[in-house]
Write a protein that binds this ligand. Structure first.
Ligand SMILES: *Cc1c(COP(=O)(O)O)cnc(C)c1O
Length: 380
C-alpha cells in the first residue's frame, strides 16, 4: 500500500479511455458536426488537465470551460492549437490576458460586446469571439431584443470575428418537451439576424434529440463522463468513474444494538458491521443511504452517513470484507446516476462534489502519451 493510499483511504478511478470512447461515440452521432468537450468545473470534478489532454490526443479540438482561471490552466496543459472557450464570459479588464492565451470569450451581454468590440482597434487585428444568444432558457446570452438592438445599431463591431453563435437548451433531457422545438426555432430566427457563422445548440442530451439540433458543433459534458443523457432509457455511455473505500474496522454486535448517530438503525439480529472510510465530506450525499459492494455481494448501509465514515452491514456476506479491504461504492452494479436517484439529485451534482480527499488513479488510453504532470498513481 502506497503512502497516499494509507492517507486517503478511498480510491477514485477515472477511466480516460472510457471518456475518449464516449467522445468518439458522440462524435459519430453528430454526423457532420464537430464534437467539442465541456470540461468546466475541473471536468465535472474528474480533472480538467487529464481529460483535456486525453481528448486532444484523440482528436478533439474544441473545449469549453466556465471560468477564465479554468481556461488558463487548460491552455497550459494543452499548449497552442485547440480552442478553449469561456462560457461565463471573461471579466472586464482581462481582455489582454484572454487574447494572449488565445482563449475564446463567450459574449453574453451587450456590455461584453462593447468591451470586446473595442479590442480589435486597440491591438490592430481581428479578435475571435463566440456569441451566445438566449433562445429561451433565460440564463446567459443576448436576449432577442439585444440582438435586434445590435442589428439596428450597425451590427457586430468591426474586427470581431464571430467563430460561433451558440445557445443552450433548458429541457433537452425531456425529449417530448415543447421547449426544445421552440428554442430551436428561436435560435434559427436569431441566427438569421446575425452574420453567417457556425452554430452550436446541443449539450449531451441535445445530441440525442433530432439531428436538426446538431448544427456545426456539439457541446457534450455529462455524457462524456458516463452520465446517462437519455433519461428513462438504458445508458448508451460507458461508465467512467469507480470509487472504492477502505474498511477501517469490523465488529460483531448483538441484536438490539444502536448504530451510528441518533441510533438511526438498531440491529434486528446479531450482526456483523464494517466501518468504511468515506462520508459526506468526501462528497457522498448524506441522503444517499444505499449500499456498498464487496466481490459482488451487497452490503446495505446501517445508520447514518457520517462526515468521514459509513457503517455497512456484512452479516449476509459469504466472505465479508476484513479490515483494510476495499469495498466498491461506484462500480458496475451502482452508477453515479443511481447514487443521484437515492439522494434526490442529478448525476452532475454527485460527480462535481466527489472531493479531493481520494487518491485518484487515471486509466489512460493505450496510445495516449502522458502530457500532464499528475502521474497515473499519485494523489492529485
Ligand atoms: C454545461 C454546459 C454544457 C454541457 O452540458 P451537459 O448537459 O453536461 O452535456 C453545454 N453548454 C453549456 C452552455 C453549458 O453550460
Amino acid at each position: 500500500m502506497s503512502r497516499s493510499e494509507r492517507q486517503a483511504g478511498s480510491i477514485l478511478t477515472i477511466d480516460l479511455a472510457a471518456i475518449v470512447d464516449n467522445w468518439r461515440q458522440l462524435s459519430a452521432l453528430g454526423g457532420g458536426a464537430r464534437c467539442a468537450a465541456v470540461i468546466k468545473a475541473d471536468a465535472y470534478g474528474l480533472g480538467d488537465e487529464e481529460v483535456a489532454c486525453a481528448l486532444q490526443a484523440a482528436g478533439c479540438r474544441d473545449f469549453f470551460v466556465a471560468h477564465l482561471d479554468e481556461a488558463l490552466r487548460v491552455r497550459k496543459a494543452l499548449g497552442p492549437g485547440s480552442s478553449i472557450a469561456v462560457l461565463n464570459g471573461t471579466p472586464a479588464g482581462a481582455e489582454r490576458e484572454v487574447i494572449e492565451a488565445s482563449l475564446l470569450p463567450v459574449v453574453n451581454t451587450l456590455r461584453d460586446l462593447a468591451d470586446w468590440g473595442a479590442q480589435p482597434k486597440r491591438i490592430g487585428h481581428p479578435v475571435p469571439v463566440i456569441l451566445q444568444v438566449d433562445s429561451g432558457m433565460s440564463r446567459l446570452g443576448l436576449a432577442p431584443a439585444d440582438v435586434e438592438a445590435v442589428v439596428i445599431e450597425g451590427g457586430i463591431p468591426q474586427g470581431l470575428a464571430v467563430q460561433l453563435v451558440m445557445s443552450h437548451l433548458a429541457c433537452a433531457d425531456m425529449p417530448d418537451h415543447p421547449a426544445n422545438e421552440a428554442q430551436k426555432a428561436a435560435f434559427d430566427s436569431l441566427r438569421a439576424m446575425l452574420p453567417r457563422s457556425p452554430a452550436s445548440l446541443a449539450n449531451s442530451s441535445g445530441i440525442f434529440l433530432a439531428e436538426g439540433f446538431h448544427y456545426d458543433l456539439l457541446r457534450p459534458g455529462a455524457a462524456l463522463y458516463g452520465i446517462n443523457p437519455v433519461a428513462g432509457a438504458a445508458n448508451p455511455m460507458r461508465q467512467v468513474v469507480s470509487l472504492s473505500a477502505r474498511v477501517l474496522q469490523t465488529r460483531d454486535v448483538r441484536a438490539g444494538t444502536g448504530i451510528g448517530y441518533g441510533h438511526r438503525t438498531t440491529s434486528a439480529r446479531p450482526s456483523q458491521l464494517a466501518t468504511i472510510c468515506l462520508g459526506y465530506a468526501d462528497g457522498w450525499p448524506r441522503s444517499a443511504e444505499i449500499k456498498a459492494f464487496f466481490r459482488g455481494q451487497r452490503l446495505p448501509f446501517a445508520g447514518r452517513v457520517s462526515m468521514d465514515t459509513i457503517v455497512v452491514d456484512t452479516t449476509d456476506c459469504v466472505s465479508p470484507p476484513r479490515e483494510g479491504d476495499l469495498v466498491d461504492m461506484i462500480c458496475p452494479q451502482q452508477s453515479v446516476d443511481d447514487i443521484a436517484t437515492a439522494a434526490g439529485t442529478i448525476g452532475y451534482e454527485i460527480l462535481t462534489r466527489l472531493g479531493s480527499r481520494f487518491e485518484r488513479r487515471y486509466l489512460r488510453p493505450p496510445a495516449h502519451i502522458a502530457q500532464t504532470n499528475r502521474s497515473t498513481s499519485e494523489t492529485s
